[in-house]
Every structure is written in structure tokens, then in C-alpha cells.
Design a protein around this ligand. Sequence first.
Ligand SMILES: *[C@@H]1O[C@H](CO)[C@@H](O)[C@H](O)[C@H]1NC(C)=O
Ligand SMILES: *[C@@H]1O[C@H](CO)[C@@H](O)[C@H](O)[C@H]1NC(C)=O
Ligand SMILES: *[C@@H]1O[C@H](CO)[C@@H](O)[C@H](O)[C@H]1NC(C)=O
Ligand SMILES: *[C@@H]1O[C@H](CO)[C@@H](O)[C@H](O)[C@H]1NC(C)=O
Ligand SMILES: *[C@@H]1O[C@H](CO)[C@@H](O)[C@H](O)[C@H]1NC(C)=O
Length: 363
Amino acid sequence: MRFSLSLLAFAAPLASAQLHALAKKAGLQYFGTASDIVSVAALDKTYAKIISDKREFGQLTPANGQKWFAIEPQENLFNFSYGDVTSKYAKKNKQLLRCHNLVWHSQLADWVLQKTWTKKTLTAALINHVTNEAKHWKGQCYHWDVVNEALEDDGSFRNTTFLHVIGPEYIAIAFKAAHAADPHAKLYYNDYNLERPNAKVDAVINKIVKPLQRQRIPIHGVGMQAHLTASRAPTIDQTIDVMKNFTNLGVECALTELDVRVTDPATPENMAQQKVAFAAATGACVQVKGCVGVTVWDFWDPVSWIPGVFAGQGSGTLFFPNFTRHPAYDGVADALKNGTRKGWSVPHYDGDDEEEQEDEDED
Ligand SMILES: *[C@@H]1O[C@H](CO)[C@@H](O)[C@H](O)[C@H]1NC(C)=O
Ligand SMILES: *[C@@H]1O[C@H](CO)[C@@H](O)[C@H](O)[C@H]1NC(C)=O
Ligand SMILES: *[C@@H]1O[C@H](CO)[C@@H](O)[C@H](O)[C@H]1NC(C)=O
Ligand SMILES: *[C@@H]1O[C@H](CO)[C@@H](O)[C@H](O)[C@H]1NC(C)=O
Ligand SMILES: *[C@@H]1O[C@H](CO)[C@@H](O)[C@H](O)[C@H]1NC(C)=O
């Protein structure tokens, strides 16, 4: 007896709870990360070990591999290999795949911007792109971000080539084509600056979700990117309000690209602030029934997009360069441990039920 107890004490601390395992216990469907598997996991063994561990990350998003520039670099010439790297990796590790994205004004292919279009020809090209891409991953994408960042912060439609040539109906056309190509994928509208009430949130409701619902075109969720700044992050209550705005419409929501940047270098002060922001965002998802999951936009500072885009800022992920966890990791874990809800009442994904028992036994 004494012998077996000491064995137990020796074994127990090894498996500290990990984020996807905690998320499942909290009633979420997943905790995941975006990644450019092709460039990172192949190079860094520690990174690969963390990202392939389903108890940590139960869901992957290809950070770049499914964007238009990679998929259709020339008109009607499709190349799925960059995106396939991540989808195959997720499949091998039994992770859910969030697919990202079908229509976006950025990281687009040059030919789309350079060609002279009519409404008819660009509509055909858009449908061709969405159809071919969604068909390629048919049955593999739990979610598809169908349209990304179609709105300005003031709530007006962003003046992209698609808007300018086709009109706002390009959004409905894209959702319709995505649904026809992959009828079981949950279709999302995805954007940033949706984590507190504002004009853009109102526009997602009034210009995107409701019009699609009125036309009976499937939209299943709103992706809240959650690229946050530690010093002016939304409160948990603000984020909860927005999530309820969305779920009240009968669509689910998810945090799809969570990171929290600080002014570098990392200090105990800005890391403490970051911890609060990560915990608030995650905690909001835990409190709102229809928030199905949280995805961080990569989990290791050296591969984060932040320093390349926001000069002087960084340290926005959950792991330092030496793979020590940020304090924010514990903030996320605490927010997940605080969860008590029992799932979500709209049709529930049960694709990885057999894994659930495994997760339950985790710690
Ligand atoms: C397809 O994409 C991959 C990865 O981005 C690239 O290495 C390859 O050269 C491309 N193939 C063609 C035929 O362009
Ligand atoms: C939208 O962008 C196009 C160029 O792509 C431009 O010609 C047009 O004037 C813009 N429309 C508005 C309302 O700014
Ligand atoms: C969103 O929810 C807030 C708080 O409940 C409410 O005041 C606001 O009117 C809602 N927005 C929309 C567009 O429904
Ligand atoms: C913990 O859960 C309670 C409700 O059960 C909520 O009021 C509180 O804000 C949550 N705290 C965090 C840090 O998520
Ligand atoms: C890892 O890096 C962090 C941040 O620079 C530092 O605080 C920590 O002491 C380092 N840990 C180890 C084991 O080197």
C-alpha cells in the first residue's frame, strides 16, 4: 500500500493539465492553434512535440497554406500542397481542422487584382475558386472561414475588388458556393476587432449574418479573431456581450486567432497584463454557451506574425523563445478550469467522441 502510494505520487505531477484537455472539460469543443507546419514543425523538435500533442492543441488552422495566393496562384491553376501539409498533420494527430480562408482581400493572387473584370466574370472566378478549394478539403474542415475581414471598423463594407466589381452579394455567393461544395462544413464569417461592442459588431449582425439568414444561405458561426493589445484589451464582460449578440441570432462563435501583443521586451508587468487579457478572452468563451472553441494564432513567440507587422511589439503568444510558458498560459488554464457549462444546444459536433474519454482521464 505504501509502496503503490509513493508510485502514484511520483507519477502524478508529470502530466500537468493541458489546454485542449481543459477546454473539453469546460464544455468547449477544442483549444487549438494556427501554424505554418511546413516551415516550423519540420525545423524545431520541441515545437513539433507541443503542436502534435492533442491534449495541448486539439485543433489546427493552417496559418497561410489555404489562402488564395497559395491555392490559385494563376487563374484556374490550383495548388493545394501548402495547405495539405497542415491538413495531413492534423489528420495524423487526430486534431480538428479549422480551414482558413476562402475569400479575403489580403494575401490574394496578383491576377485577381490585375485583370479587368466584369461582374459576371469575377463572379464566375470567385465561384470557381471557392468550389475547387472547398471540394479539395471536403469532409475534412470542421469549420471554414468563408469570408474574412469584409468590414471596416466603422461598419461599412471594405472596398475590396470583390465588393467593387460584384457588390455586397459576393458574400452570399461565396457562402452558397462553399455550402454546395462541402455541405457538412460549418461556415464562418471571420473578422478582427469584434471582441467588444462597436459598429463593426453591429455590421456583422445586420449586414452579414441576418441577410444570409433571410436568404436561407447557411452561416453557422462568427469567428472573432481576437488579435488583442495587452494594455487596452477588452474586459470579459464586453466580450461576453458580443458573443451573446451573435449566439442570440442562432449562430455559434469562436475565438479564432487569439494573441495579445505587448511592447517588447517582455517584463513582469506587461506579462501580468497579458495574462489578464488572455484569461478574459478565454473566460468569455467559457461563459457563453455558443462559443465553441479558442484558437491561438501560433503559440511560440519566434514564429508570431506580430513583430513583422507592429514595430516594437511582440511576445504575444503563450510560449517564450526557450519554450517556457508565459504567465498567460496559466491565465488561460485558470479560465478553462473555471468552466462548468455543459456543452451547446445547437447540433453538436461529435466527430472525436472516442477521444473524449481519453481527455477526461487526463489529470
Ligand atoms: C505548389 O506549392 C508548393 C508549396 O507552396 C510549391 O513548393 C510548389 O512549387 C508549387 N507547385 C507548382 C506546380 O507551382
Ligand atoms: C473602391 O475601389 C476602387 C478601386 O479598386 C475605386 O475605383 C473606387 O472608387 C472605390 N470606391 C469607393 C467608394 O471608395
Ligand atoms: C448586443 O448586446 C448588447 C448588450 O446586451 C446590446 O446593448 C446591443 O444592442 C446588442 N447589439 C445588437 C446589434 O443587437
Ligand atoms: C469564473 O466563472 C464565473 C461564473 O461561473 C464568472 O462570473 C467569472 O467571471 C469567471 N472568472 C474567470 C476568470 O473566467
Ligand atoms: C526562458 O525565457 C524567459 C523569458 O525570457 C525567462 O524569463 C526564463 O527564465 C527562461 N527560462 C529558462 C529555463 O531559461
